[in-house]
Design a protein around this ligand. Structure first.
Ligand SMILES: CC(C)(COP(=O)(O)OP(=O)(O)OC[C@H]1O[C@@H](n2cnc3c(N)ncnc32)[C@H](O)[C@@H]1OP(=O)(O)O)[C@@H](O)C(=O)NCCC(=O)NCCS
Length: 233
């Protein structure tokens, strides 16, 4: 168990399953019907987490407006359900206007860029949920012909920077803030299979209420032996 997780927190999140310190994580693409659970997820973030995630400590009312305004036809939301009612991790991909972002060497403006934002509820942290949401977003972007992923966070946000660096992002620091860019290879047969297997496993896990995590995980590894490694590319 990681040092900053208490016994109680560990018991509370047993539903994520466990492979040592890496949870068995199923990531599901969210739709309109997940909106109420997204609202609960964001409202469960404390003021500091809201600041880190949204750039300001949004009130509950502002969060409700934010969730109401999510356009699932434009943005892609990913969720990690701990049970059928509780989303412990959310990844958000939205297309960004390249001209609105800081100019960086090696990134031409004609490129298609998606901004990635992520949040994981405090008791479910340090179980690689954030990392896996990032990896799923990478595969999704590749399959949608998006060639660059972008993140923006505070330079003091150690876990986010850790995720970005592990992925090989090009990091730029300016006045205590960080912009990160990751150039992505085109999607291929493997990346499409990877995403399909992930989505089916997550849907099955959701339908079964998270009761057969181990068996579903075994099945997904059978269909996609690379599932625990970095997506190819
Ligand atoms: C950023 C966040 C999503 C990370 O979620 P997570 O599920 O805990 O992340 P992971 O478990 O995948 O950890 C990622 C890495 O950061 C490291 N890490 C996690 N918390 C850390 C901390 N407090 N200090 C230093 N490193 C930390 C982990 O050890 C891991 O590194 P490793 O793979 O080398 O072991 C989560 O902390 C969060 O929701 N924060 C509030 C919102 C936010 O900051 N969003 C990012 C800006 S959009």
């Amino acid at each position: 168990m990681p040092a900053d997780r208490s016994e109680n927190e560990d018991a509370e999140f047993h539903a994520l399953g466990d492979e040592g310190n890496r949870a068995i994580v199923f990531i599901k693409e969210l739709t309109e019907r997940d909106r109420p659970f997204l609202l609960n997820h964001f409202k469960a973030l404390d003021a500091n987490d809201r600041y880190l995630r949204f750039g300001s400590a949004l009130t509950d009312e502002a969060i409700a407006r934010y969730v109401d305004n999510i356009d699932f036809t434009k943005d892609t939301m990913f969720g990690v359900y701990e049970s059928t009612l509780n989303i412990v991790g959310v990844g958000h991909l939205s297309l960004a206007q390249p001209e609105a972002l800081p100019v960086l060497t090696g990134c031409e403006r004609r490129e298609s860029i998606a901004e990635f934002g992520v949040s994981v509820l405090a008791p479910a942290r340090r179980l690689s949920v954030g990392t896996k949401l990032f990896e799923r977003a990478v595969v999704h972007c590749r399959n949608k012909n998006i060639d660059t992923m972008y993140i923006h966070c505070l330079a003091s946000n150690k876990p986010m920077l850790c995720i970005a660096k592990k992925a090989g992002m090009q990091i730029h620091r300016d006045h205590g803030e960080v912009d990160g860019y990751l150039k992505l290879p085109l999607g291929d047969k493997d990346s499409r299979r990877h995403e399909t297997v992930e989505e089916r496993a997550a849907t099955l896990n959701y339908i079964l209420g998270g009761k057969f995590k181990g068996s579903i995980d075994w099945l997904r590894k059978l269909f996609n032996p690379d599932i625990n490694g970095k997506p190819k590319g």
